[in-house]
Design a protein around this ligand. Structure first.
Ligand SMILES: Cc1cc2nc3c(=O)[nH]c(=O)nc-3n(C[C@H](O)[C@H](O)[C@H](O)COP(=O)(O)OP(=O)(O)OC[C@H]3O[C@@H](n4cnc5c(N)ncnc54)[C@H](O)[C@@H]3O)c2cc1C
Length: 459
C-alpha cells in the first residue's frame, strides 16, 4: 500500500491539530499515511504564540457558541470579514472542542479580567496547557517531527503543490499535500516596517514564540500563487509593563486610572470602552505616537480597593509607589509640575458620584465636558496615597495580513484553490480592523483540524 505523505509547516496549535487530524483521518479510511511536522525552531523553542497562549476561546460552553457570534465579527470588521468562513468556524467549534476533550483537554469558564466581555471558555491548567496536550497526542499518534527546518519554498508540479524546500534547494521533501500553519509576520522586522510604517521594526514581540514567526510561510505561499487576504495594516497588540522581560506582562487596569506621556500629559480616553475594545488602539498610539514609545498608567489607593484588581495585571514587577504625585513623577522621570497640573485638571473634571463606579461594566461615570481628552467611564479623582504607576509599551501578539483560504482550509490562488495546499491559523488573513476577542486560537484549532482532514482525504 502506498503511503499518503503530508507535510505540516509549523508546530503551533493549528499545525498540531492538522497533523493529528490528518493521521486520524487516514487511519479511519484504512489508508497508510506519513505525517511530518516541520518547524524552523528547535524542539525546546518551537510552538509559536500557541505555547504562551492562555487560549481564551469565544464560546458559551464547549458545546455551544454565543448567539450572534458571526454577525458580531462581521460587524466589527466593518463588513469585510468572510461570513462563510466564520459560519464554518461557528458550526465546527463544538465538534472541535469535543475532539479536544477526547484528547485530554478539559475546559472551564474563566473569570474575565475585571469588566465582562464576550462569553468564553478556557482549557483548565496553566499557560500553554492546550498546546502541550496537542503535542503529546500528536506524538502518541505517530506524527513525525523535524525541528530547525525552515520552509523556504513550496515545490510545484504545474499548478499542484508537491512538496517543500527547506534550507538549500537540495533540501526538498515531497508530499501529497502540504498544510501551512507557520503563523504571521510579527517576528519579522522588515515586514513590520513595510506594513506598519517607520517604528514597526522596533515593535516588541509579546512572547518569545511570537518572535520566531517571520512570515516565511506567507511569503512561500504568495510565491506559489496564493492570494493575499486580511488586513495587512492590522495587528493584535497589547499594553505591557516596559520593565518586565516575561511573556505577556500585560497591565489591563488602565481604564480605572489615567494615562500620561513622558511630558506628563494625558493623550487618550482611558474609559472609552471595555479594556478589550481599546487595548489595540491604545498600544498602537503608545508605540507610534508617543515620545519614547512609552506611556505611564497612574492610579491612587482606589485601585487597591477594586476586588481582585490583580487579575488584570500579569507583570511580575511591582508598580512604582509613592506618597505624593511629586515623588511618583520623580521616580518615573517625568516633569512633576506637568503631572501635577494634569491631575489637577483631571480631578476637577471628575464631579460625578464616585459611588456609581463599577469596574465590571461601562458605568457611565464620565468627566465633565471640557476635559481633553475626555474620560468616558470610570472617571474618579486620583488624590489618595499611595500613588501607583506602571510604564507601558505596546507588544505585538500577531498580525492580521495573510493568505486567502476558504471554508475547507484550501489556499486560494487567482483561479480558485491551489491543489495540494491547505492553511490554518494565524498565517491565514481573516481579521480586519481590530481582533475579534478570543477567536484567534479557536480558528487555529477548528481550521487546523479541517485542513488536516482534507489533506488526508482529498486526492
Ligand atoms: C501571549 C499570547 C496570548 C494570547 N492569548 C490568546 C487568547 O487568550 N485567545 C485567543 O484566541 N488567542 C490568543 N492568542 C493568539 C493565539 O494564541 C494564536 O493566534 C494562535 O496560537 C496561533 O496559532 P498558530 O498555530 O497559527 O501559530 P503559532 O502558534 O504561532 O505557531 C507557528 C509555528 O510556526 C513556526 N514557523 C514560523 N515560521 C516558520 C517557517 N518559515 N518554517 C517553519 N516553521 C515556521 C514557528 O516556530 C511556530 O512553531 C495569544 C497569543 C499570545 C502570543
Amino acid at each position: 500500500m502506498t503511503k499518503r505523505k503530508i507535510i505540516v509547516v509549523g508546530h503551533g496549535a493549528a499545525g498540531l491539530c492538522a497533523a493529528l487530524s490528518a493521521l486520524e483521518t487516514a487511519r479511519e479510511r484504512g489508508m497508510a499515511a506519513q505525517v511530518t511536522v516541520l518547524d524552523r525552531a528547535s524542539e525546546s523553542s518551537c510552538g509559536g504564540g500557541s505555547r504562551f497562549s492562555p487560549s481564551n476561546i469565544r464560546m458559551l460552553s464547549p458545546d455551544a457558541m454565543e448567539p450572534g457570534f458571526v454577525d458580531g465579527i462581521v460587524a466589527q470588521s466593518g463588513g469585510r470579514a468572510d461570513r462563510a468562513y466564520f459560519e464554518r468556524l461557528a458550526a465546527e467549534a463544538p465538534a472541535t472542542a469535543s475532539w479536544l476533550q477526547d484528547r485530554g483537554t478539559a475546559f472551564h469558564t474563566p473569570p474575565y479580567y475585571l469588566a465582562k466581555g464576550p462569553a468564553r471558555i478556557q482549557p483548565v491548567g496553566s499557560i500553554g496547557v492546550l498546546y502541550e496536550a496537542l503535542r503529546r497526542s500528536a506524538q502518541a499518534a505517530g506524527v513525525e517531527f523535524l525541528y530547525e527546518r525552515e520552509l523556504r519554498r513550496l515545490v510545484l508540479d504545474g499548478a499542484r503543490v508537491v512538496g517543500v524546500e527547506t534550507g538549500t534547494a537540495a533540501d526538498v521533501i515531497h508530499a501529497d499535500a502540504v498544510v501551512l500553519a507557520s503563523g504571521g509576520f510579527e517576528g519579522n522586522a522588515d515586514m513590520l516596517r513595510e506594513h506598519f510604517g517607520p517604528g514597526g521594526e522596533t515593535l516588541r514581540p509579546i512572547s518569545p514564540g511570537s518572535a520566531l514567526n517571520d512570515g516565511g510561510g506567507i511569503r512561500a505561499a504568495l510565491e506559489a500563487g496564493a492570494r493575499r487576504s486580511g488586513d495587512w495594516n492590522g495587528m493584535h497588540i497589547e499594553p505591557v509593563d516596559a520593565r518586565s522581560s516575561g511573556s505577556a506582562p500585560v497591565v489591563l487596569v488602565y481604564p480605572y486610572g489615567i494615562l500620561v506621556d513622558a511630558n506628563g500629559c494625558r493623550f487618550f480616553d482611558e474609559g472609552a470602552g471595555l479594556m478589550h475594545e481599546t487595548w489595540e488602539r491604545l498600544s498602537r498610539e503608545i508605540h507610534f505616537s508617543l515620545p519614547g514609545r512609552t506611556a505611564y498608567a497612574i492610579f491612587d489607593a482606589a485601585l487597591l480597593e477594586i476586588p481582585e484588581y490583580g487579575r488584570a495585571i500579569r507583570s511580575e514587577v511591582p508598580p512604582l509607589r509613592a506618597d505624593s504625585i511629586a515623588d511618583l513623577a520623580l521616580q518615573l522621570g517625568i516633569p512633576a509640575a506637568a503631572l501635577g497640573a494634569t491631575l489637577a485638571a483631571y480631578n476637577a473634571a471628575c464631579t460625578g458620584d464616585s459611588a456609581r463606579f463599577d469596574e465590571t461594566r461601562k458605568d457611565g461615570l464620565a468627566s465633565v465636558p471640557g476635559l481633553s481628552p475626555p474620560k468616558s467611564n470610570w472617571a474618579r479623582p486620583i488624590d489618595r496615597a499611595p500613588f501607583l504607576a506602571w510604564p507601558l509599551v505596546g507588544a505585538i501578539a500577531y498580525t492580521f495580513g495573510g493568505i486567502a483560504t476558504d471554508t475547507e482550509a484550501r489556499v486560494l490562488g487567482a483561479d480558485g484553490p491551489i491543489h495540494g495546499l491547505y492553511a490554518a491559523g494565524e498565517i491565514t488573513g481573516h481579521f480586519h480592523g481590530s481582533a475579534p476577542n478570543a477567536v484567534a486560537m479557536l480558528r487555529a484549532l477548528v481550521f487546523g483540524r479541517i485542513a488536516g482532514r482534507n489533506a488526508a482525504s482529498v486526492e
